[in-house]
Design a protein around this ligand. Structure first.
Ligand SMILES: Nc1ncnc2c1ncn2[C@@H]1O[C@H](COP(=O)(O)OP(=O)(O)O)[C@@H](O)[C@H]1O
Ligand SMILES: [Mg+2]
Length: 253
């Protein structure tokens, strides 16, 4: 934790580089030939070095937006730019690299592979996209980094445990360590505390806050929980398919 929270906050406000920008995003789903509009002209941006919260009721379209930002799905209209580069309609190979290297993603239900131990789960993204030979050559280095990431999230003592042998908080720590493996520019977190009891949720929030303050990690945190959103530097509230924006204390009544 920083000893100089005020200086830290000032430094944060001075750095205003935009990491991710969504412009006029529209997205509908189609169910039984009925169009269900979910996002209706969403505009927003994520600033480097900050924790930005996206808050809204269940069903308001937060995960839909996060899927678009992660290029897991495409908007019907609008554009998404990562560090000034349009990413939503980039070639598949570029979108794969964006997902595997530029951003890290964590989810409410962790999405760990049940057959693998914590450290194997953390190593999994490093194996993707590498030939067996290439992975073999770099395995020692990768393993050292995986151990360092597990240590960073306070889970090194559970490295050999499988998900079924871990608590919810431990599984989320493993998922965070996995997301950090490629040293992402931006961490997208969809309801990172949504499946945890209040106390464990606060521990995960503290870890994410430390990753931001100590390591400068830029975080977009999606949550339906106002008290979680309150801890962010910036807040966007999803309402009627659009976003209202401002400081958390102004948006969260
Ligand atoms: N694949 C889908 N097909 C049809 N409707 C969907 C699909 N995914 C989400 N929806 C609908 O879109 C709306 C927004 O969902 P979602 O983005 O998951 O909201 P949130 O994450 O804020 O809870 C909901 O009404 C949901 O039922
Ligand atoms: Mg959701």
């Amino acid at each position: 934790m920083s000893f100089y929270p005020l200086l830290n906050q000032m430094a944060k406000n001075m750095n205003s580089e935009t990491v991710l920008r969504a412009q006029d995003i529209y997205k509908s789903y189609h169910k039984d030939r009925i169009e269900v509009p979910v996002l209706r002209g969403v505009d927003f941006e994520v600033t480097a070095g900050l924790v930005t919260a996206l808050v809204g009721r269940s069903g308001s379209g937060k995960s839909t937006l996060m899927h678009l930002l992660a290029t897991l799905d495409q908007p019907d209209r609008g554009e998404i730019h990562f560090q000034g580069e349009r990413i939503d309609d980039a070639p598949r190979s570029r979108r794969d690299r964006y997902r595997n290297h530029d951003i890290g993603i964590i989810f409410q239900f962790y999405h760990l592979l049940p057959e693998l131990s914590a450290i194997e789960n953390v190593l999994a993204p490093t194996m993707i996209g590498k030939s067996a030979w290439n992975f073999f050559r770099h395995r020692k280095e990768a393993k050292r980094r995986a151990e360092a990431m597990l240590d960073r999230v306070g889970l090194l003592h559970r490295a050999a445990h499988k998900p079924a042998e871990m608590s919810g908080g431990e599984m989320q720590r493993a998922a965070i360590a996995r997301a950090l493996m490629t040293d992402p520019t931006l961490l997208l977190a969809d309801e990172p505390t949504g499946n945890l009891d209040t106390e464990t949720g606060l521990e995960i929030l503290k870890l994410l806050t430390e990753l931001n303050q100590d390591d400068g990690l830029t975080i977009l945190m999606i949550t339906h929980d106002n008290s979680i959103a309150e801890s962010a530097d910036r807040c966007h509230r999803m309402q009627d398919g659009q976003l209202q924006q401002g400081m958390p204390e102004l948006l969260i009544a």
